[in-house]
Design a protein around this ligand. Structure first.
Ligand code: CTP
Ligand code: MG
Length: 419
């Protein structure tokens, strides 16, 4: 192990059999969740947390191959796979024993249920901060807001006071030696969380504010709930910008018309270009390509390529939209600004919006077209050309924190090469 690594270790307990989840073949921690096994979400969240060094993953021995498959592609010498026990408490104890044996014995440990894949970076930070502030135990807690009722075996129902009641989650953070000692001391007991061991010796764990959507996958329909939480909280919102200019010239032939925003605008001049020179659609196309970092319109449709001579720019636009869609992206908004003195764009604005919306299968309310003059200044002011600017907003599928750190590594490598 690397002695320079941070001194907060993590232990992910994944050795349960998920009886309530009910899939005997595939315990819930390996169930697919938006294309990644449930366990992988927690591991990725922990890997992206800069403070966490070693990550121990406690599993049932017969699931080693399944676990390794779930961790595929992670090149990290700091991951330990540890065989667990019959109860959660035994699994944690065995995990702590294994972490205690690594060369750089950690000062702190985060103990986390593999069954909580929606854990946020903010919650991990909060627990780590509380540990650094000197708390022996820091646990995420939320006050109970529902009314709590108790039903006895004989069916008698009584309402309990919820005053002072909290539900607690993982990750729970501890001073490593303290929690390891307690786990050895109370080995024979079976408690459902680790902080309970401190309470047995009269110590109070410190509460950090829990994360309301840090659900523990317990029942089969919790997968759908976790999917909706992850897809909304991890959505990858991007903005792309496009800019284009074409020269205004007298029409070169009968079919040479002024095209802007996918429609013909009656005017005594037309835009010059290899394709139909639709400056508005070109700007939107470039903005779309920008959201997926896929070059620009000239790279996809070279002005030297005879195939695109006189081409309908709606096709360029739809191609860029298809590239975005292939990555699971959805356009949420388009804002096009056309910059010219003449012709007046206002009377054609709604037709342009309708055409762009039609080309992209978008509702009209998501497409804006604006226009401005440049007060007679510059090439647009002199009527030599028309410019257009577009800003588009798209939503790509969630990206895990680990994906993000992988990308930054790529960039760092590329930057180093460039230097
Ligand atoms: N766990 C463990 N070892 C055990 C039992 C549970 O590592 N012997 C882990 C589970 O994998 C889970 C966490 O402890 O990540 C919380 O336990 P729970 O939600 O109860 O999971 P299961 O015990 O697997 O589910 P069930 O109680 O429905 O059987
Ligand atoms: Mg259990």
């Amino acid at each position: 192990m690397d002695n320079n690594k941070p001194t907060i270790a993590a232990l992910v307990v994944a050795a349960g059999s998920g009886t309530r989840f009910g899939d005997a073949q595939m315990p819930k921690q390996y169930a697919p969740l938006l294309g990644r096994p449930v366990l992988r979400w927690s591991v990725d969240a922990l890997r992206a947390q800069g403070d966490v060094g070693v990550i121990g993953i406690v599993i049932q021995p017969e699931h080693r191959a399944t676990c390794e498959a779930a961790l595929a592609g992670i090149e990290n010498a700091n991951i330990l796979i540890i065989d667990g026990g019959a109860t959660r408490q035994q699994s944690v104890r065995l995990g702590l024993d294994a972490l205690a044996a690594v060369a750089a014995r950690p000062a702190h440990v985060l103990i986390h249920d593999a069954a909580r894949p929606c854990v946020s970076a903010a919650l991990l930070h909060a627990v780590c901060d509380a540990l650094r502030a000197g708390h022996t135990a820091a646990i995420p807690a939320l006050p109970v807001t529902d009314t709590v009722k108790k039903r006895d075996e004989d069916g008698a129902v009584t309402t309990q006071s919820r005053d002072g009641l909290f539900t607690v989650q993982t990750p729970q953070g501890f001073a490593f030696d303290a929690i390891h000692t307690l786990h050895r001391q109370f080995e024979s007991e079976s408690l459902t969380d680790d902080a309970a061991l401190l309470e047995r010796t009269g110590q109070n764990p410190h509460f950090v504010t829990g994360q309301r959507d840090n659900i523990k996958i317990t029942w089969p329909d919790d997968i759908a709930l976790a999917e909706s939480i992850l897809s909304s909280t991890r959505a990858d919102i991007r903005t792309g910008k496009g800019y284009d200019v074409h020269r205004l010239v007298p029409p070169q032939h009968d079919l040479h018309k002024l095209m802007i925003g996918g429609i013909i605008i009656p005017h005594d001049k037309a835009l010059e270009g290899h394709s139909d020179a639709d400056v508005g659609l070109h700007a939107i196309t470039d903005a779309l390509l920008g959201t997926i970092c896929d070059g620009d319109i000239g790279m996809h449709f070279s002005p030297k390529d005879a195939r695109w001579k006189g081409a309908d720019s709606g096709m360029f636009l739809q191609h860029a939209a298809a590239l975005l869609a292939a990555q699971g992206g959805v356009i949420t908004h388009i804002d096009l600004t056309v910059i010219c003195e003449m012709p007046k764009i206002g009377p054609h604005r709604d037709a342009m919006r309708a055409r762009i919306a039609e080309l992209l299968h978008l509702p009209l309310r998501r497409v804006s077209v604006k226009a401005t003059t440049t007060e007679g200044l510059g090439f647009t002011g002199r009527g030599e050309g028309i410019a257009a600017e577009a800003v588009v907003t798209v939503r790509l599928p969630f990206e895990t924190p680990a994906d993000m750190s992988a990308h930054s590594t790529e960039i760092n490598t590329a930057t180093r090469k460039a230097i």
